[in-house]
Design a protein. Structure first.
Ligand SMILES: CC(C)(COP(=O)(O)OP(=O)(O)OC[C@H]1O[C@@H](n2cnc3c(N)ncnc32)[C@H](O)[C@@H]1OP(=O)(O)O)[C@@H](O)C(=O)NCCC(=O)NCCS
Length: 202
């Protein structure tokens, strides 16, 4: 596995190790994390160890543990998954497991660090994410970080007995000439529930 450290202002990211497994399993099984994930399969030490072996060790996934600089406290994880070297793209994922550290700007910092790594180190062309549209904190993070709404899938996943909309947010590598995308009106639209007319119940 890799041994990388990426420094931000309040957190740093370090490559995940096998020793992080119990923490990751604990965080990933918390209700406040599960509810924002589409994947609802069993998440155990065994399944995570298998993920490390088949995805991280093989280079399909680049995963980090997020640590507070103050005290080196691990608080969550971020990753680039399905790294597609042919088409030069990957999907972004994140979870902060330590509840007390949310809502302080750390989510934005993690996203910026991971995306910088994706573009500057991996030289990817595109990073994208799938977000359930009720996940306001996540949507705000992306909209602050130059992502745009690429697709909207209406009532696309059945979670906790409810059909949920899924938004695909993407960003292209600015080193390839794309400017930083920041559009406040767009943000209002996406979070205010404005959508093009679509069939189905509303
Ligand atoms: C998504 C997540 C990483 C965001 O991290 P965070 O540290 O809480 O987010 P930040 O403090 O950086 O806030 C980002 C923005 O969202 C806003 N925000 C945060 N929590 C919010 C909430 N509950 N409702 C509405 N907005 C919220 C913040 O105000 C900020 O926007 P602003 O700068 O315009 O004020 C974190 O909430 C998390 O781990 N969630 C569970 C797992 C998850 O959702 N993963 C993503 C799946 S795609």
């Amino acid at each position: 596995m890799k041994n990388i450290r990426l420094d931000g202002e309040t957190v740093y990211l370090r490559s995940i190790t096998n020793e992080d497994t119990p923490l990751v399993v604990k965080w990933r099984n918390q209700e406040n994390v599960i509810k924002y994930f589409i994947y609802r399969g069993e998440f155990t030490e065994e399944t995570h160890t298998n993920w490390l072996k088949t995805k991280v060790e093989t280079g399909l996934v680049d995963q980090f543990i997020v640590c507070l600089k103050d005290g080196d406290v691990p608080i969550g994880s971020t990753y680039l998954r399905d790294i597609d070297t042919k088409n030069s793209k990957a999907e972004y994922g994140v979870f902060i497991g330590e509840e007390g550290t949310r809502g302080q700007g750390i989510g934005k910092e993690i996203l910026n660090l991971t995306v910088k790594y994706a573009f500057e180190n991996l030289k990817l062309h595109k990073v994208y994410a799938r977000v359930i549209d009720t996940n306001k904190a996540s949507l705000y993070c992306f909209l602050h970080s130059g992502f745009f709404e690429e697709a909207f899938f209406k009532e696309s996943v059945l979670l906790d007995g409810q059909y949920r909309n899924v938004i695909i947010l993407s960003r292209f590598n600015p080193d390839e000439g794309d400017g930083f995308f920041e559009n406040k009106e767009y943000k209002k639209e996406i979070l205010g529930g404005f959508r093009m007319p679509m069939p189905g119940k509303e």
